[in-house]
Design a protein around this ligand. Structure first.
Ligand SMILES: [Zn+2]
Length: 197
């Protein structure tokens, strides 16, 4: 019985994904051809990799663009992910941009002020939807190599805003990614979906 329920939920899940993806398009985060250094679901030393790693040509300081219309919903500096920006898009998805090098004005000044006030490098700000609106393609920060990162890149997580569920961002960018490697299946990962009753 349990297997039937699991299979049914999985089927719903897959079907739901297929439907949602058709409706949503994202503009690319960079204005140069996208190449990846990491995929969603890869096994890292102590966790699954929850997003995509975009290469930035071995350098920091590439403008990172908004993927759609929305607003900056969370600003963080953390030891693990360095300079981090969450963007909530009006299409139902949110992203987390990690390992950035520089925030743009006026966020940069606000973060620095808070760091001095708190006497702590790690800070978190949760702005309201009206504070930092963004338009598709607008630069939101500069890419970097801050936090637990081994070379300049942009780590991009995508999650459903409402459920908070992380999804594989690849389908949104597949046609824009310069593929240099043949696909290889390392395994299958199943997500347990929380069902509201
Ligand atoms: Zn990553």
């Amino acid at each position: 019985m349990k297997q039937y329920i699991a299979a049914f939920l999985l089927a719903c899940c897959i079907q739901g994904y297929a439907q949602e993806k058709k409706q949503v398009t994202f503009t690319p985060p960079f204005d140069f051809p996208l190449t990846l250094s990491g995929n969603f679901g890869e096994i890292r030393t102590n966790h699954f990799h929850g997003g995509l790693d975009f290469k930035t040509g071995g350098v920091i300081g590439k403008p990172v663009h908004a993927l759609a219309d929305g607003y900056i919903s969370r600003i963080r500096v953390t030891n693990g992910s360095g300079y981090v920006l969450d963007v909530c898009y009006y299409n139902g998805y949110s992203t987390i941009n990690r390992h950035l090098s520089v925030f743009l004005s006026p966020i940069a000044e606000r973060v620095e002020k808070l760091q001095y006030e708190n006497e702590n490098w790690e800070v978190e700000i949760i702005p309201g939807p009206e504070e930092y609106p963004v338009k598709a393609g607008q630069p939101i920060a500069w890419s970097g190599n801050t936090g637990y990162s081994f070379g300049p890149h942009l780590h991009l997580d995508v999650f459903e805003t409402e459920s908070g569920e992380f999804i594989d961002p690849m389908p949104f960018f597949r046609t824009k990614i310069k593929d240099t490697r043949a696909p290889k299946a390392d395994g299958i990962m199943l997500f347990l979906k929380r069902v509201k009753v």
